[in-house]
Design a protein around this ligand. Structure first.
Ligand SMILES: [Fe+2]
Length: 381
């Protein structure tokens, strides 16, 4: 059973109504994402965006992003609860695996470690076993078939191809199964631009991720693995920690990174985190508060990355390592000049909350809860 906490006043209401034109989604409806996906409520054209990345789609021979990921796990029941609380929709279930989808149909599979046919792990489970990247056409798939045909572990089923990357991770390429979705996202009033008029900003009771936006892997040979993704799969370097990390995007015109390769001082192979794209900062916060209420542990967040500019919130995942809600990453073009950074805490996070925010008190974890109707309802000291 996924978490159905009713901690906040808004969550106790079966229908939350609208703030401005933004629908505040009741948990009863979110229980079934199928009910939400294509309703008029989420199609109002306040801000329309093709979250399969319309810009990327112009680069016909480039990868378009992540279509599917598979985790190997030792605890399917925990993964069941976790990813439903995370906001994914369970679309198939068996004794051996669970198949979840995000809003645009990006798939997240959690499989028992001993499931026949599961790609080998690069570290003990739970961890990421396979990443499926997508293209938009059979012609693009044929392009990558030719590019990967000389690589270790090459396979070709006709509908998807694949190989093993230099770090040992199984990768596949297929024509995308993701659906274009049109979603509202928050507008922001700045000093120079007032884009939200007579309309309060949205609030979310929980997140419903749009897709898997990027994966971050520990690698034992950064140079070789970076070169592989650039030369064989067309990735472009966005920024780097020379000798320590490579931020890579699928195409010249794309979000800041679809893949980040990180080589620790003591090289190792493994998963660092999988990141899920959400609409706006408010959904990062609403999603994180909901996960907190459900009892899941924050690793770090909310916070903001100076590199990529994205807002984030990381949680420990029973499927391995961390998962992240993120939003508002930089959008780059071929004109972008890669930058070089020296690793350090101020480079990783402009600011961040260690341990998260309590979903009930809405304060830092372990901070005293608020009292009184107003913060000023307390004796004068
Ligand atoms: Fe990330």
């Amino acid at each position: 059973m996924a978490c159905r906490s009713a901690a906040s006043p808004t969550e106790k209401s079966p229908i939350h109504g609208y703030i401005g034109q933004f629908k505040i989604w009741p948990l009863e409806l979110i229980d079934s994402l199928e009910k939400l996906r294509f309703t008029n409520e989420i199609k109002k054209p306040i801000f329309l965006a093709d979250f399969t990345h319309g810009i990327k789609a112009q680069a016909h021979m480039n990868l378009q992003g992540i279509d599917e990921i598979t985790f190997g796990t030792t605890d399917l029941a925990a993964c069941h609860r976790f990813f439903q609380d995370w906001g994914l929709s369970l679309v198939a279930e068996s004794a051996d695996q669970l198949v979840f989808e995000s809003l645009n149909g990006c798939r997240v599979i959690t499989a028992r470690s001993d499931l026949p046919g599961l790609a080998p792990g690069i570290e003990p489970d739970p961890t990421l076993r396979e990443v499926v990247w997508c293209v938009h056409s059979d012609a693009a798939l044929a392009h990558f078939r030719q590019k990967l045909s000389d690589q270790p572990g090459f396979l070709d089923t006709g509908t998807h191809i694949g190989c093993t990357d230099p770090n040992g991770l199984a990768l596949r390429v297929q024509v995308s199964r993701k659906r274009p979705v049109q979603l509202e996202a928050a507008k922001t009033n700045t000093w120079s631009e007032r884009s939200r008029i007579n309309q309060p900003s949205p609030a979310y009771d929980r997140a419903t991720p749009i897709e898997v936006g990027h994966v971050v892997m520990f690698v034992h040979d950064l140079a070789a693995t970076t070169a592989f993704y650039q030369d064989k799969l067309g990735f472009v370097l966005s920024d780097s920690y020379p000798g320590r990390g490579s931020f890579l995007r699928c195409a010249p015109e794309a979000g800041h990174h679809d893949l980040f390769l990180l080589q620790p001082p003591a090289p190792r192979r493994g998963l660092n985190h999988v990141a899920f794209t959400v609409r706006d900062l408010h959904e990062v916060i609403g999603g994180g508060l909901h996960m907190s209420r459900c009892g899941w542990d924050t690793e770090l967040g909310p916070g903001r990355h100076p590199i990529s500019s994205a807002m984030f919130w990381y949680f420990n995942s029973p499927a391995g390592a961390l998962v992240e809600y993120y939003t508002d990453e930089d959008e780059l073009t071929a004109d972008w000049q890669p930058r070089e950074f020296t690793p350090g805490p101020t480079v990783f996070a402009e600011w961040a909350v260690k341990g998260g925010i309590d979903g009930h008190t809405r304060r830092q974890v372990n901070a005293a809860p608020p009292s009184g109707a107003f913060m000023t309802d307390k004796p004068k000291t």
